[in-house]
Write a protein that binds this ligand. Structure first.
Ligand code: HEM
Length: 422
C-alpha cells in the first residue's frame, strides 16, 4: 500500500477547461506540483495560528444560533448547521469575505454550494466520467456537460472574478493576509518551476502540460473553490457526525467536556489549547474511521510498477477502498461500534497507520488537513462548553446509521439533536 501512495501518485481525474475545474485534486505533473508548492504556505502553522480568532468568531456565532434553538426547545438540523459554520469560517479565512451564511436562511451562496454536492454517482454522466476520465473533454464537447453544473459554475466564477478584479490592482494598498491574496502574489511572480514533465506523456488527450507556466488565474479560482468545497462537504461531514456521536455517547461527551475545561480553564481556545485535547481527538478519529468523508481514494500509475508480483502498466487506475479498510474486522475489532479508546496512544501504536486514511496519504494527501482539524476542534470546544447534547426523537439512537451511497457521504435521513444550555 505505501508504494501505491508514493510512486503511483498522479490523480486519475482530468482537469477541464472551466475555471473552477482547475482544482488541485484534478491537476497532474508539473502543474500540480507547482500549484501545490505555491499553496502550501497558506497551510503553515503560522497561517493556522492567524486563523484561530476567525474560527472562534464563527463558532461563537454558531453558539448564539444554538442558544435560540435551546430557548425555543426546537431540535437542531445538525448537518445544515455545521455546513453553515464551516462555510462561514472558510469564506472568511480564504477570501476575507463574510457571506453571512450562518444567519441568512435564504443564502444563495449555500444554495449554489448545495447543488455541487447533489450529484448522483449512478447518473450516466458521472459513470461516464468515472470510467473514462481521460475522455472528459470529449464528453464535454459532445454533450456540453461538465462534471460541474454550468449555472453553479457561473455563480462562483462571478464571485471570484469580482474579488480578483478588486484585488489585482490593490488600489487601496491594503495588506490582505488571506489565501486568495497568497495565490495572487504567486501569480505575479516569475515561474521558476517550469521543468518538463515526461511522466504524463501517455495522456490520450494528446495535451501535455509541457507549456505550463506556474500559477494562472484559473488555478487561483480552482484552489479558491476547493476551499468552498471543503467547507461544504468533507469538513461538515466529519464535524456533524462527531457532534452526533457525542450526543449518542453521553459518557464520552462528559469526558471530553471535562478535558476541555481542565485545558482551557475558562479561557477562549487558542492554537496551543486546541492542539492539546487528546480525548477530543480520539472521538474525532473514531468518527472519521466510521464515516470517512472520502470513501475511496484513486491513483493512476505514472510508470509501470510491480505490486505483489503483478505488473501494472502505465495508466492503470487504482481504487483504495477507504470505507472498507476502516470497517474491516482484520484491523478493528467490532468495527461498527464507536470506541474512541481505539485511539489511545498505546492502541494506536499497535496499528498500521495506513489502516486509517481520512485525509488520504502520500504526496497527494489532503493539504487542508490541519485547517480542517482546527476548524472542527474550535466548533466542538464551543458547543461542548455551552450545551449538553442529546439525540432528538425520531433520529437514530444507535449505530449503525443508514448511509446513502449515491453521491457524497450522507445519512439516509437527516439527523437532529437537542441542545440544552449548561
Ligand atoms: C475534515 C476536513 C477534510 C477532510 C476529511 C479532507 C479529506 C481529503 C481527502 C481524503 C483528500 C484526498 C487525499 C488523497 O488522495 O490521498 C483530500 C484532498 C485535498 N483536500 Fe481535503 N479534506 C478536508 C479539508 C480540507 C480543507 C479545509 C482544504 C482547504 C482548501 C482541503 C483541500 C484539499 C486539497 C487541495 C486536496 C487535493 C490535494 C492534492 O491533490 O495535492 N481539504 N482531502
Amino acid at each position: 500500500m505505501p508504494l501505491i501512495f508514493s510512486m503511483v501518485c498522479t490523480s486519475w481525474m482530468n482537469a477541464g477547461k472551466m475555471n473552477l475545474e482547475k482544482r488541485m485534486v484534478t491537476l497532474k505533473g508539473s502543474t500540480w506540483s507547482s500549484v501545490r508548492a505555491t499553496v502550501a504556505p497558506a497551510f503553515s502553522t503560522a497561517k493556522i495560528r492567524q486563523m484561530i480568532p476567525t474560527l472562534n468568531e464563527s463558532s461563537q456565532i454558531c453558539v448564539k444560533i444554538l442558544k435560540d434553538y435551546a430557548k425555543k426547545g426546537e431540535k437542531v438540523p445538525i448537518r445544515e448547521t455545521m455546513v453553515r459554520v464551516m462555510l462561514d469560517m472558510t469564506s472568511k479565512a480564504a477570501f476575507g469575505r463574510d457571506f453571512n451564511v450562518q444567519h441568512d436562511e435564504q443564502s444563495t451562496f449555500i444554495d449554489y454550494a448545495k447543488k455541487y454536492a447533489e450529484f448522483d454517482f449512478r447518473s450516466p454522466r458521472i459513470v461516464a466520467i468515472t470510467l473514462f476520465p481521460n475522455l472528459c473533454w470529449v464528453f464535454k464537447k459532445l454533450t456540453g456537460y461538465s462534471i460541474l453544473n454550468n449555472e453553479t459554475n457561473r455563480y462562483f466564477v462571478e464571485i471570484l472574478d469580482h474579488l480578483y478584479e478588486n484585488r489585482i490592482d490593490n488600489k487601496e494598498n491594503y495588506d490582505y493576509k488571506d489565501f486568495f491574496q497568497l495565490m495572487l502574489s504567486a501569480m505575479k511572480e516569475e515561474d521558476k518551476n517550469r521543468e518538463i514533465d515526461r511522466e504524463i506523456e501517455f495522456e490520450i488527450t494528446g495535451k501535455s502540460e509541457k507549456s505550463s507556466k506556474g500559477i494562472k488565474k484559473q488555478h487561483i479560482f480552482g484552489q479558491a473553490f476547493m476551499f468552498i468545497l471543503a467547507g461544504f462537504e468533507t469538513g461538515p461531514i466529519n464535524l456533524h457526525l462527531t457532534v452526533y456521536m457525542l450526543a449518542m455517547h453521553e459518557e464520552w461527551q462528559e469526558r471530553v467536556r471535562n478535558e476541555i475545561e481542565s485545558v482551557l480553564n475558562g479561557k477562549e481556545p487558542d492554537y496551543v489549547s486546541l492542539a492539546e485535547l487528546p480525548l477530543l481527538e480520539q472521538c474525532i478519529h473514531e468518527t472519521q474511521r466510521l464515516f470517512p468523508a472520502v470513501v475511496r481514494l484513486n491513483r493512476m500509475c505514472t510508470k509501470p510498477v510491480e505490486l505483489n508480483g503483478i505488473l501494472m502498466p502505465k495508466g492503470s487506475v487504482f481504487s483504495i477502498p477507504v470505507y472498507n479498510i476502516h470497517h474491516s474486522e482484520k484491523f478493528y475489532e467490532n468495527p461498527e461500534e464507536f470506541r474512541p479508546e481505539r485511539w489511545s496512544p498505546e492502541e494506536k501504536a499497535k496499528r498500521d497507520p495506513l489502516t486509517f486514511l481520512p485525509f488520504g496519504h502520500g504526496p497527494r494527501n489532503c493539504i487542508g488537513m490541519r485547517v480542517g482539524q482546527f476548524q472542527m476542534r474550535s466548533v466542538l470546544v464551543h458547543l461542548l462548553r455551552h450545551f449538553r447534547l442529546t439525540i432528538a426523537d425520531g433520529s437514530p439512537k444507535t449505530l449503525p446509521l443508514e448511509i446513502d451511497t449515491r453521491g457524497s457521504f450522507r445519512t439516509v435521513s437527516p439527523l437532529y439533536i437537542n441542545v440544552e444550555t449548561i
